[in-house]
Structures are given as structure tokens and as C-alpha cells.
Design a protein. Structure first.
Length: 370
């Protein structure tokens, strides 16, 4: 009896050892790779590029001071609408003391001269009526009197300009009233009442009183790399995506490509501009950041395949044509490719619609232990 039990124990031990060795051998056996199968299908392909930039008005005008002085009044605020010629501010002239003194002296001299010429003209008028002097002498006296009157008026106008910046005749339309040169929206007014301003001159750009722009005519302005600028041309359609408006899209047309590039971080960049078509019910602010998607090339309903399944070597371009969905048996097939959108690539020749092609190896996730 004891011998039987002994042999049973030995048998179980041998079976256990064999089972262990079999399990280890089984685990070391290579597992057949599993592949994805991709089908050649007709697709619409589109190649595009994204250009970053901003939206700004086509016409933005800086309204500058025409005379030197101090801002006396401001009639407008940023965000308000103005029409061409509408008054925006008033400048009070601060006269230079030397110029003021010279202008006052000129007026006094003109008054003295006018009194003297007036007396002579009155005497000559009497003598002419008495037939003592000729008509020619009388005309000369009258001309001198007219010149003296004109000189006095010029002196007074010059004094008025030095003191107030305008003459009596041009008080309502003079340089002291700053008027908008275009119709549009006031973007900013960088001055306040009491600020000193400089006039536009040969050595001065003048102080900007306000910036006015027409926000109904907006442009996208961005820069594109030199590797892609050669693929652009005026008239191409663009899609504008404005982040500040929840990535809302607007249509635009490319209308300008800079003929000269500028270097930025080691790359040559070219400025482009596109006319944006903004609906009337959408308010666009100057300076909004935007991205422009430009369609560089497109294909309609062409044979296409996932680009990952195409093998490109220096000598050839080929795919692995699969016999079935398991893709264990494949045949290398040379193909001719066309446009790629970054995901799918056009198949010009070598394959037919519906063909199966081996793709990447499937990732087999390990089973979780219970």
C-alpha cells in the first residue's frame, strides 16, 4: 500500500514538472504580429496653411494738431462715431512773447502810417476838387491810402494769429478747431484737456489728437514663411478664425503679398493682407488676433490612402498589398503618389478603389488579471 502511494506521488510530481516546462515553452513562442488593414477609397483632399496675424482697419488716420498750443476742449471720446469735417477738439494758442510784442508793434506802426496817409489823402481830395492838382496825383494819393488800410488790416490779422491762432474771418474754420479728416470710429484719444500739443512742421510730426478708422472695412495682416509664400497669389480665398469671437470664421480674399521679406528668428517672413468680409451684425475691434487658413491645393474625389501605409525610399514608393483583412500575406506594389493633406495621400497609379493595404502593427494591450 505504501508503495502505491509513493508511485502516485512521484507521478504527480513528474506531471507537475512537465506542465511547468510546457507553460514556459509556450510563453517563449513568438506571437504572430497583427496588422491594421487600410482600404483605398475616394476622398476629397485639401492642403492648407495657417497664418497668424491680426485684424486691423484698412484706413486708420492720425488726426494731428496744425498749431502749437494747449487742448482747451475735447468733444469726443474713444468708441464714438465721427463724420468727415466734424469738430473733435479746440486748441488754445499760447503766444510767444517775442512774436506777440513784434505783432503789436507792427499794428501801432500801421495805425500811425494810416493816420498820416489819411491826412494827406484828405488834403489831396480837397485840392483835386479845387482843380489845384491833377487826377494822376490824386490817384497816387488814393492808392497810398488804400495800401495803408490794407497794411493795418494785415497787421491786425497777424496779431490775431499770434494771440489766438486764427483771424476774425477764419475763426469758425481755423486751425484752432481740430476736425476729423475721415468718417469712422474713434479708436483712441491720447491727449487730455490741458495737454500741450505741437504743430506739424518740417522738424516735427505733430501731436496726435485722435486716431480714427473705418471699422466696416477690415484687413487681416499676417506673415508667412518663405517656403510657402511662393504658393500664394492674389485673389486666393482665406478663412479667418478670430479667437476673441469664440473661434468664429469669416471669409476673406488675399489681396497683397509683400515683395520684400523681413528676417525673424532666422527665417524670412513675408507680410500678406486679406480683405475680410465681416457681417454688419458683428462688431470687430482693431487689433483682434486671428488665424488665416489658406487653401494651397485641393483634389476632389481622388483615390487616397492613409499616408502611414506608404513606404518611401530613395529609389521607389511602394505599399504592401494585403491578400485579406488579416494582412499576413502581402505583396509589394509600386505606386505613384500625388498631393498629401498631411493624413491622406493621393494615389495616382498602382492601386484600385477597394484594395486592402497593410498598415501599422496593432498594439495588443495586456489582459488585466481578475
Amino acid at each position: 500500500m505504501k508503495r502505491v502511494v509513493k508511485w502516485i506521488f512521484v507521478g504527480l510530481l513528474v506531471v507537475g514538472v512537465l506542465a511547468t516546462f510546457f507553460s514556459l515553452w509556450k510563453r517563449q513562442q513568438p506571437v504572430p504580429a497583427q496588422y491594421e488593414t487600410l482600404r483605398v477609397e475616394k476622398r476629397d483632399l485639401q492642403k492648407s496653411t495657417i497664418v497668424t496675424g491680426k485684424v486691423e482697419p484698412r484706413d486708420e488716420v492720425a488726426v494731428k494738431a496744425q498749431i502749437q498750443g494747449i487742448i482747451a476742449e475735447l468733444y469726443k471720446e474713444p468708441g464714438q462715431m465721427v463724420t468727415k469735417g466734424e469738430a473733435m477738439a479746440v486748441i488754445r494758442v499760447v503766444p510767444d512773447m517775442q512774436s506777440l510784442s513784434s505783432a503789436e508793434s507792427r499794428v501801432r506802426l500801421a495805425e500811425i502810417n494810416l493816420r498820416n496817409v489819411h491826412d494827406v489823402f484828405q488834403r489831396d481830395s480837397t485840392l483835386y476838387l479845387q482843380k489845384v492838382i491833377s487826377l494822376e496825383e490824386y490817384d497816387k494819393s488814393e492808392l497810398q491810402y488804400a495800401k495803408a488800410v490794407e497794411e493795418l488790416q494785415n497787421a491786425k490779422d497777424n496779431l490775431s494769429i499770434v494771440k489766438e491762432g486764427v483771424t476774425a474771418a477764419t475763426r469758425q474754420s481755423g486751425n484752432t478747431i481740430v476736425r476729423s479728416s475721415i468718417s469712422g470710429t474713434i479708436l483712441q484719444i491720447p491727449v487730455k484737456v490741458g495737454n500741450s500739443v505741437q504743430s506739424v512742421g518740417a522738424f516735427s510730426e505733430g501731436t496726435t489728437i485722435a486716431s480714427v478708422a473705418d471699422l466696416s472695412d477690415m484687413l487681416f495682416v499676417g506673415k508667412i514663411d518663405e517656403t510657402e509664400v511662393g504658393k500664394l497669389h492674389e485673389g486666393m480665398q482665406m478663412d479667418l478664425i478670430i479667437g476673441a469671437l469664440n473661434d468664429r470664421r469669416f471669409e476673406a480674399t488675399l489681396e497683397y503679398i509683400s515683395p520684400k521679406g523681413t528676417e525673424s528668428n532666422g527665417a524670412m517672413m513675408f507680410e500678406i493682407k486679406g480683405a475680410a468680409r465681416i457681417p454688419d451684425d458683428v462688431q470687430i475691434r482693431s487689433g483682434y488676433s486671428a488665424n488665416a487658413e489658406i487653401i494651397l491645393d485641393s483634389r476632389s474625389q481622388v483615390l487616397a490612402l492613409d499616408e502611414a501605409a506608404v513606404h518611401i525610399t530613395p529609389d521607389s514608393t511602394y505599399v504592401l498589398l494585403a491578400a485579406d483583412s488579416a494582412a499576413q500575406q502581402v505583396t509589394p506594389v509600386l505606386v505613384e503618389t500625388g498631393m498629401s493633406d498631411g493624413i491622406y495621400i493621393e494615389i495616382c497609379s498602382g492601386l484600385s478603389e477597394g484594395d486592402l493595404v497593410r498598415g501599422n502593427t496593432k498594439t495588443i494591450e495586456p489582459k488585466k488579471r481578475p
